[in-house]
Write a protein that binds this ligand. Sequence first.
Ligand SMILES: [Fe+2]
Length: 362
Amino acid sequence: MTYYMPTKIYEQEECIAAHAAELAALGKKALLVTGRRSAKLNGAEADVVAALEQEGVRHALFDEVEENPSIETIMKARDFAVKEGCDFFIGIGGGSPMDAAKAISLMAKNSDKGVDFLFGEDPSAQWYPVVAVPTTCGTGSEVTGISVLTIHEQKTKGSIPYRIFPELALLDAKYLKKAPAGVLRNTAMDALCHLSESYINAGANDFSRMCALAGLEAWSRSKAFLEDPTAVPEEETLRNMLKASTLGGMAIAQTGTSLPHGMSYGLTYFMGVAHGRACGQFQAGYLAEADPADAEVVVKTAGFQSIEDLNDFFGKACGVVEIPEETLDAIIGQLVANESKLKSAPFPVDSNVLRRIATYNQ
Ligand SMILES: [Fe+2]
């Protein structure tokens, strides 16, 4: 068995200020990588700037990362980072800015390389240090080497083959307070999917399952607010949900995700469905195909009575998506061609199994 997760995690109030010196020691000039608004609204960008300035470290800002970042955005940010002379990268936000920061770091370090290098799998490739500041509670990207980008040419999303773990993950649940309710619901659903798909995974071992189970327990303690659109979660609830999300990241850093994530990429690409909701859509179907004893552990530890109960919860929290037949065909067609995702399921998979999973709640 192996467990590898080399990111140093700090989880505490005022985390960034508390570790300013360690953050600033990672390089001479930082590139802050964010979306357009949320890092400004929730205060995380200002906290990072204050920490760097206190330590006398220069910084630049790239705040153009879109949801599901494209390789075009990565290349644009790389050119900016090289021009600015940045030598470490701080992703602030949900999965998109954190994943983008990893890919930008790789391309900035290899500034003579073209876009093909991103998916080229060069075993000797190096990158600059990356720091992750999560401000949602789903992706777990702060503790994974995974960077998922949109590939318009293939009409889907895909992970780059490099494993770029952040040096530092700085977790402060106060940033989640400003996240819109819909974002919290979708990202919390993503966290549940990471935990479930890692537990039920051909690559699972005792170490990865330890993370998945601890994450499912934390998730179960916080899930109640997701069903009620008017609920304002308490700080302790958000802290638990952020913990669940990071534990989910630690679990998928070992196993990767599985079939629901593989199907979600097409649902997001073709129908614009938010990532967490798109993964949640296929979760009950996936659990129904798994070993019943394993599925029961996931369902019960997450605080549900049954797979059906979990599916009802998903419907209330995120809403079941009605998928047109031709989109279903495209999603299944893409996944059938994705051999590594198929192998991640701990049971035999063919297009009939995929169709059962995809249509479980249709
Ligand atoms: Fe995910």
